[in-house]
Design a binder for this molecule. Structure first.
Ligand code: PEP
Ligand code: MN
Length: 344
């Protein structure tokens, strides 16, 4: 339920309401607006009697049930957009960011080279998988810890924060040692133990939509992270399975406006995995931004033809440069802020 405080409520009344909510075993989320203070009280099915109890507390103006199954992610609980800040830029609330880099960390040279040029062309974050969730157990599985160390070196040199995938709850601590942002991949988007584990960590999470997940299910996965106390979640649309086989997946552009009307969390687009082919990455990226996305995560490799995973979809450096130029122009046309990663 959502507790709307009276405009003239005192701090003590607010604290008493929070204490009262916690007493019944519910979680609280306070959203302090300019005009109103909202307190989300999140727990299983509040009874009419319980709502009546809260309505009678001093300082409370109204108690409203939250009808949606997602609570902490909903715009009811937090009516203003979440803005995540990194040393290189911001995402959400009109700020757009770009994370870019290879699908997988394959070597020190490959990753450092990619890190240098993505930064030079204006990316705000470096991506790269150290642990790769491959469809085949015989395919390249990533360099593991060695890959994490390479990413940390690239961050040290470029100053770009690093996002990398974590595959299991027991890897969370290790990945947190090296990375700035956790990536939860499409194949793990409903691995609830993993979602809870990153929910307990205090680092941002890029949560990808599973290829067969509804948007409601995606938000419920986000809720697993939020309900453990980690509110730094970015939702990523990366294409879903449809009958169409021309592209690797079908980018669900409509996910962007729908999610943005349901949730305050930033919404990003991954144009690389749905395209499956580099020629189609730029148009999909621009479509996502035009639809209102708060960021992009894009694959690019110094020598894409030689990549050990996702070779066909990774951009060449010159294509990445072209993408960034178009992103800058589109962001300007849309009235969005795209930070300069070096100047901030
Ligand atoms: C990736 O980002 O390389 C990846 C494996 O993505 P997804 O989980 O969306 O397939
Ligand atoms: Mn990939």
């Amino acid at each position: 339920m959502l507790i709307v405080m009276r405009k003239d409520h005192t701090e003590k009344e607010l604290q008493d309401v929070i204490r009262e909510i916690q007493k019944v075993g519910y979680q609280t989320h306070v959203s302090q607006g300019v005009e109103t203070t909202l307190v989300g009280a999140i727990g299983r099915g509040p009874t009419p009697e319980l709502m009546e109890h809260f309505r009678a507390l001093p300082g409370v103006a109204e108690v409203i049930p939250i009808s949606k199954p997602w609570k902490l992610a909903s715009t009811d609980v937090q009516p203003f957009p979440t803005v995540l800040e990194f040393p290189t830029g911001k995402t959400g609330g009109g700020h757009v960011m770009v994370a870019a880099g290879p699908c997988g960390v394959e070597s020190r040279e490959q990753t450092l080279e990619a890190a240098r040029y993505v930064k030079a062309h204006g990316a705000h974050m470096l991506r790269g998988g150290a642990f790769k969730p491959r469809t085949s157990p015989y395919a390249f599985q990533g360099l593991g810890v060695e890959g994490l160390k390479i990413l940390a070196e690239a961050r040290k040199e470029t100053g770009l924060p690093v996002v990398t995938e974590v595959l299991s709850p027991d890897q969370v601590e290790l990945v947190a040692e090296y990375a700035d942002v956790f990536q939860i991949g499409a194949r793990n988007a409903q691995n609830f133990a993993l979602l809870q584990a990153v929910g307990e960590a205090r680092k941002p999470v890029l949560l990808k939509r599973g290829m067969s997940m509804t948007l409601e299910e995606l938000l419920m996965s986000a809720e697993y992270i939020l309900s453990r106390g980690n509110m730094q979640v970015v939702l990523v649309e990366r294409g879903i399975r449809t009958f169409e086989r021309a592209t690797r997946f079908t980018l669900d552009v409509s996910a962007v406006p729908v999610l943005k009307s349901w949730t305050h969390l930033p919404v990003w687009i991954d144009p690389s995995h749905p395209a499956g082919k580099r020629a189609w990455v730029i148009p999909l990226a621009l479509a996502g931004l035009a639809a209102g996305a708060d960021g992009l995560i894009v694959e690019t490799h110094p020598e894409p033809e030689k990549a050990l995973s996702d070779a066909a979809q990774q951009l060449h450096e010159h294509e990445f440069a072209e993408l960034m130029e178009k992103v800058r122009r589109l962001a300007q046309a849309l009235g969005k802020t795209l930070a300069h990663p070096v100047l901030g």
